[in-house]
Every structure is written in C-alpha cells, then in structure tokens.
Ligand binder design. Structure first.
Ligand code: 26Y
Length: 820
C-alpha cells in the first residue's frame, strides 16, 4: 500500500515545512537530530489520521477490549518500525536521499525507548505489534518512566550505569492527554460509615496523599491495515495546584510531600530482571498505574454500556506477570465501594475479567510484600485482599478439610506477607506459562497445588516475536531475498517461510543465503570497530550470546569455555581451529554483584586473548557495550551461532532464541524453555543440544547429590580453567579479582549449594557441542542448509501465532477491519 501521504514530493515538502516551523531553519541548515524530529512529525501526521479512523471503527463495532497491563514495555525505536508497518519505508528512504539525508542515520538519532528490562518487556512490545496487525482492539497500559533502563558504559572492563534521559529532546511519538487524568490515592486510613437506609457499610479513605496520573498515548501501528492502537503510559503530577487549600490550612509540609510523591513515582524503571527487591517505591508504582488504568477502563466501559455485569463480555485485563496483580483488588474496590455492588457479584465479574501470565519459576523473582508496608500504603486495598484471602481459605478448607499444609502453601496472606502470584491465580480465570516445558513445570512443580485445585485455569501460550521488526526491519537483505523467492506473505503469515525448504539443497540459494549473512557480519564488524575499537574478522564464526546478565543464563560457562579453548590453542598451536568471534552483550542489574564480576571477567579475558599475537587471531572476544533493542536487530542478523545455554528448567521461554533462528542462526543450547520447541520444529540435526535435562536438574535440586568438586578433582581441563580465576592469569596478577566467582563454583560457604547452576556438570558436554559446531561450520554446504532450514522452520515463533492463541483460548476478542 503506497499511502498518498508518502508520495515523495509531498513528503519532502512536509519535512521541509516541519524543519522551518520547529527550528526556523532551512533543511540544509538542520542537524540530523532536527531532521529526525521533522521526519517523525511528518510520519506522525499520517499515523494520526489512521488513529482517528481506528477510533471511529472501534466506536462503531464495540469490540471486546484487552488491556495488556505491564510494568514494562521495551519498545525500541519507533520511526523505522512505523515506516515499515505503514509500508512506506522505501519511499521515505528515497525521499530523504533526495534531500541529502540517509534514513539509517536519521533513525539513529532516535533514543531507544527502553521502558523495560528484557524478555518480559520486549514480549509486551511484540504483542502490541501483533495485536494491531491482526486487528484486535488492545491497549497497552504502563508507566512513563522519565528514565528508562540505564545506558551501559564499560570502563576498565567494569559496567558503569549512566542515566537514560530519553525524553530530553522531546519524544515525537507520544501525545499528552491531560483531559483523561485520574487521581490515585495513597496512605491515610479507612473510616467505616454505616448507612441505616441501605444497611450497608461505606468505606471511606481519609487523610491520604494523592497524585494525578496523566496519560501519554503512543501509537501502535498495525502492518498495512490502517489500524493504530494505543500504548497508554501514565505520568505523575502533583495535585497541589487544585489543592491550594492545603497551603491555606497551613499544611505546607503535606503539600510538599505530595509534590515529592509525584516526582518520585515515575522517575525511574527498576533495573532488576527476574529479581524481587521489595521496595516501597516499586509498590507505589504498581498501584499508581493500575489504579489509573482500571479507573480509565471502567469509565470507558460505562460510556457505552449500562450494566457492569457485562464487563467480562467486553473487557479482559491481562496481567504481565504478578507486577500488575493489584488489578484484582482495585477492580473489587471500584465495583464494591464506588459502584455499590455486592461482594459476590463483584468477585464474579473480577474473576472472569482478569487473567495472569507467569514468566518465571525462579524463587527470587516471586513478589511477596510485607503486610506492614502494604497496609500502610494501601489501607483499603489491603482490607479487600484480606477479605479475598478469608474467602479463599474457606474454599480451600471446603475442598481439603483439615489440611493445614494446603493453607500454609496456598494462602494469599501468610507469614506476614502478601503473595502476589496466589492473588493473581485466585482472582483470575486463566493462568498461563510461556512455553510448553515451562507450563508443565508450573503444573507439576511450582504451582502444583493450584493446578490441582483449578486445572481448568491453566494453559500454555508459547511466546513469539514480531518478524516485522526482527527480520523486515532488522535484516532487509534477507527480507528481500525471501520475498524474491516465496513472495511477501510471510510478513503477516510467518509459517509461509516453510516454502523456503525447497531451497535447502539448492547451491545457488545456499550461496546467496550465506552471502547475505556475510554482508550482515560486515555491517556488525563495522559497528564493533566504531563502538568498541575491536577489529573482528567477518570470515570467523560469529558465536553470540546477547541477553540480560544472570547466573542462570550462564554467560560464565560461555567465558570459561573460551578460557578452555584458549588454553588448548596455546598448548597445541598446530591444532586445526576455525577462527571464532565470541560476542557478548548483556546488562547486569545495578546491584547484582556476581553478574557485574562476570562482565569484568569477560572483558578481562577479551583483553588477554585479543592481544595475544601468538594465537593468530583465532579467537576474538567482544563485549558489545549497551546492548539494547536497536543494536540487537543488527546483531541477530549477523549471528552464526545462537547461544541459549541456561540451566535446564530455569529459562521460562526465551525469545532471543527465536530471533536468532528467524535470522538463520542454529541454536547451541540446553533443552530449556522454548529451545525444546525450536528443536521440535527444525529437527535435532539442525541444532546443537547438550547438558542436563530439566528433570535431572530438578531431581538434583529436590534430592541433592550434586558435587561440583568431583569435576574439579577429576578433570584437569576444568581444574586448569578454574585455577586461572585465582592465579592472576586474567587479572594482571591480582589473585582476588575473580575469587568470588571461583568460590561460587566450588565452595559451600553459605546455605547455597556450590555451583547453583550446574556449570561444571554441563561444561564438558558444552565443549563437545562446541566442537560439533566447528565441524559443522567447516562443511560449507551443510552449514548453509542448516542455517536456511532454521529460517524456514521458524514460522511457529511469530507473536502473531501467540496472540491468535491468546485470542482464541483466553481473550475471545472480535476482529476489526477498517472501513467495514
Ligand atoms: C522486580 C521483579 C519482581 C521482576 C522484574 C522483572 C521480576 C521479573 C522480571 C522479568 C522477568 C522476565 O523478563 N522474564 C522473562 O520473560 C520472557 C518472556 O516471557 C521469557 O522469555 C524469559 O524466559 C523470562 O526470563
């Protein structure tokens, strides 16, 4: 579709006009950043027309709405993606060429909106893309953090966090909507008032502080269908300007407190990934955006519907992990306290409107809020949770009379804590895991009691990714090649990639496929030289691990293996060895000590290995600074090998694994998360699988019997590598620099078992799998076939499929077509 607005001359004129209006400059005086703003404004103009059109259609059709509630949306840049989905990328590129600008450079001016940490936040972004593309009425609801995930600098090998002031130049793809502001109340106390007329109690919150939640809307452009959905993120402002009476009453202090509350609440995204810290401000953030979002949703519903009992027919609240679980209680509060509904009716509505997605089984990621903190901050919401818990315990007792153990394990409030996962399961109609294996583990292990009680609530939705960003935009050469061979149906129907299978043995196709990979490697090599000052050889194998840094993801095993290879090459210089570039990209949570030490280790090994002329450049190690969505797109396109090496059972799904596969990189991994399904699709012969199974890991964890010291004692290769952590090899003689890492693998000096993540157990089978990678890569035709088949078999992993399953099996939304 070539939208009229993107006729080149008209677009050029509009860009020049915007430069003039915004900056009082002619186009040749404008900076690249100013041209970015001007181009974005021209694009936004087109988007807004479609946005209005979509709104009109929704008003006409009155479709069921899903609210995707999430503390994180890791959107990545919008300009390029919007042009892709408007089918205007090539026209705009040409128009800018003619004006003397390079669209790639213009795109690079945009800050990455990084309102998320990793997998969970990026999944939310992919889902919004698919929802708009498939024509479903969906709102993303989140927080407009003034600072997104920190930018990472590497100084002297260590991570340094730099604030991400993404709003400093103004973000062109957002719209402030002050007319939809909502008030959110914190603290104070609850006064109960008996109404003799109705015989009912009224619960009135008093002495509270409040903030005003102001929505900012970002357009979510569907692919080639004129649909534009909305990501609504809430900013906070002090309410003082309409509570000036506080000053009059001399309550100066309270007024200032409210001002600070507003300032702090949306200041910054918590940089923890898969790790719960229990901070009061985080709890405030949760209630802030949930209260505002649910109020807005109910208000919207009431505009066109008279009976709140119909809410489940028209609305679903999908909870992205437990972070938005406050929804259950807030919805109850609104229905009972504000709408005057009976508890029973309100509970029936709530439990047919809320649905919960679990993204992790890691114990340290489970949210458990201390009662003290919770009830002080949210007195009325806490009362409601107490009542939900009281009734829930009665239900458990009815089902399992006298079973105290069940109560201990399942209660929502227990041991002085509010357990958010239990509230989410009791308060909703669906609980889903994010990959087959993960859902099975939830049912059999982590949530077993809940599964036994409510088997009908449990279901699996294997994650997916959007091919529009991670192939069409990120890898234009491959995208064009695919379209030349099988047409462009894959853009909205990824399983069509299957048609590429007939080319798997075709010499010409193989060569073209690998030639594109080579060009993408050259592009990445240039980026690495510019950003890291390291020269890498595009003819070497690009072996890539990019994801958050976490012990369970085992970047440590990867770098220990590099140390092992380096030893081997030093010992046997004549040994045949195919040149390899080990590429890492990872942010560590600011307070995660072990993770930060691992980054230092990777950089220390890189320092030694990259500067050792005696190994002839056979190994290079690169740590890409500030891994984020925008450089990820380029990295996936250039990868030969996809490292997915988490301890089996720990990675719920993974989604990076899917992005690599789509771009033709075979998986080197454990049978964990969605890797299992990747292997199912592509065949074990087109992946490199190693390591303990999830059953074996879980068995060790439940029954003991794992002793890492055995590996240290019996395997000289392993012993050598570990000794190098404490003998100064990579630390300029400092014996202590990596001592803690060494201890974590061997010493049981705390309650934790040593080598919690079974690195030594899996080390040798990992090394063996790596040898298979090298042998396979030497067979050029064989490798090309394997790479091509990975792309061809990746059709299942589109988020379009995931979303369609959510729609069919959980949400039951109505499809909307513009103009129908
Ligand atoms: C602070 C806190 C409680 C917390 C913050 C962030 C807890 C968890 C998270 C993030 C979790 C996360 O990103 N999980 C990942 O979700 C992906 C999408 O489902 C999965 O692919 C991935 O395996 C999982 O680790």
């Amino acid at each position: 579709m070539l939208d009229n607005h993107f006729k080149k001359e008209k677009f050029k004129k509009s860009v020049k006009e915007n430069v003039k209006m915004l900056y009082r400059k002619t186009i040749d005086e404008a900076t690249q950043e100013q041209v970015f703003q001007a181009v974005s404004l021209a694009v936004k103009d087109v988007i807004i027309d479609n946005w209005l059109l979509t709104q009109k259609q929704y008003e006409k059709d009155d479709p069921k709405i899903v609210y995707y509630l999430s503390m994180e949306f890791l959107m990545g840049r919008a300009l390029g993606n919007n042009l892709i989905n408007l089918c205007a990328y090539k026209e705009v590129k040409e128009a800018l060429d003619e004006l003397g600008f390079d669209l790639n450079v213009i795109e690079d001016q945009e800050p990455d909106p990084a309102l998320g940490n990793g997998g969970l936040g990026r999944l939310a972004a992919c889902f919004l893309d698919s929802l708009a593309t498939l024509g479903y009425c969906a709102y993303g609801c989140g927080i407009r953090y003034h600072y997104g995930l920190f930018k990472q600098k590497i100084e002297n090998g260590y991570q340094v966090e730099v604030p991400d002031n993404w709003l400093k130049d103004g973000y062109p793809f957002e719209l402030r909507r002050p007319e939809y502001a909502k008030e959110v109340k914190f603290g104070g106390y609850v006064r109960v008032e008996y109404d003799p007329a109705t015989g009912k109690n009224h619960f009135i919150q008093e002495g509270y502080q409040s903030v005003r939640a102001i929505p900012y809307d970002m357009p979510i452009v569907g692919y080639n269908n004129q649909i534009v959905n909305t990501l609504r993120i809430w900013d906070a402002e002090a309410v003082n300007d309409f509570q000036l009476d506080l000053f009059d009453k001399g309550e100066y202090h309270k007024a200032v407190e409210q001002e600070n509350l507003a300032k702090n609440i949306v200041e910054v995204l918590y940089p923890n990934d898969n790790h719960y810290a229990g901070k009061e401000l985080r709890l405030k953030q949760q209630y802030f955006f949930i209260s505002a979002s649910i109020q807005a949703a109910i208000e919207k519903f009431k505009k066109s519907h008279s009976d709140l009992h119909d809410l489940p027919k028209k609305v679903t609240f999908q909870l992205n992990d437990t972070h938005p679980t406050m929804t259950v209680a807030e919805l109850m509060r609104i229905l009972v306290d504000e709408e005057g509904m009976s508890w029973e009716d309100a509970w029936d509505i709530t439990t047919h409107t809320c649905a919960y997605t679990n993204h992790t089984i890691m114990a340290e990621a489970l949210e458990k809020w201390p009662i003290e903190l919770f009830s002080k901050l949210l007195p009325r919401v806490y009362q409601i949770i107490e009542e939900i818990n009281r009734r829930f315990l009665l239900e458990i007792q009815a089902k399992y009379p006298g079973d105290q153990e069940k109560i201990r394990k399942m209660a929502i409030i227990y041991d002085g804590q509010v357990k958010m996962a239990h509230l989410a399961i009791a308060g909703g109609y669906s609980v889903n895991g994010v990959a087959k294996l993960h859902t099975e583990i939830l049912e059999k292990q982590e949530l077993r009691d809940f599964y036994e009680m409510y088997p009908e609530k449990f279901n699996n939705k294997t994650n997916g990714i959007t091919q529009r960003r991670f192939l069409l935009h990120g890898n234009p050469l491959l995208a064009d090649w695919i379209t030349d061979h099988i047409g462009d149906g894959w853009i909205t129907s990824l399983p069509e990639l299957e048609k590429l299978k007939v080319y798997a043995d075709d010499k010409k196709a193989q060569q073209e496929f690998m030639n594109i990979k080579h060009q993408n490697k050259v592009r990445l090599a240039k980026y690495i030289l510019e950003h890291n000052g390291i020269e890498v050889n595009p003819n070497s194998i690009f072996d890539v691990q990019v994801k958050r840094l976490h012990e369970y993801k085992r970047q440590l095993m990867n770098i220990l293996h590099v140390m092992y290879l380096y030893n081997k090459i030093k010992e046997h210089p004549e040994m045949p060895f195919y040149p390899r570039t080990f590429i890492f990209g990872a942010k560590a949570a600011a307070g995660y000590r072990r993770a930060k030490q691992t980054i230092k280790l990777i950089n220390a090994v890189a320092d030694v290995v990259n500067n050792d002329r005696s190994i002839d450049g056979k190994i290079k190690v690169v740590f890409i600074e500030n891994y984020r969505v925008s450089n990820a797109e380029m990295i996936f396109a250039a990868a030969d090998v996809s490292e997915q090496i988490s301890t089996a059972s720990k990675e719920a799904s993974g989604t990076g694994n899917m992005k690599f596969m789509l771009n033709g990189a075979p998986t080197l991994g454990t049978m964990d998360g969605a890797n299992v399904e990747i292997v199912e699709e592509v065949g074990a012969e087109n992946a490199f699988i190693f390591g303990l199974s999830s059953d074996e890991v879980i068995n060790y964890e439940n029954n003991g019997g794992y002793d890492p010291m055995q590996y240290f004692n019996n395997d000289p290769d392993i012993r050598n590598v570990l000794m190098q952590l404490i003998n100064g090899t990579y630390s300029g003689g400092d014996f202590n620099m990596f001592r803690e890492i060494y201890d974590s693998l061997l010493n049981t000096n705390s309650s934790d078992r040593a080598d919690t993540y079974f690195i030594l157990a899996d080390f040798k089978s990992y090394a063996a799998a790596q040898e298979k990678v090298e042998a396979a890569y030497r067979d050029e035709a064989g490798w090309a076939k394997m790479a091509l088949l990975n792309t061809a078999c990746s059709g299942k992993f589109t988020s379009d499929r995931t979303i369609q399953q959510y729609v069919d099996e959980i949400w039951h939304l109505d499809k909307v077509v513009i103009g129908k």
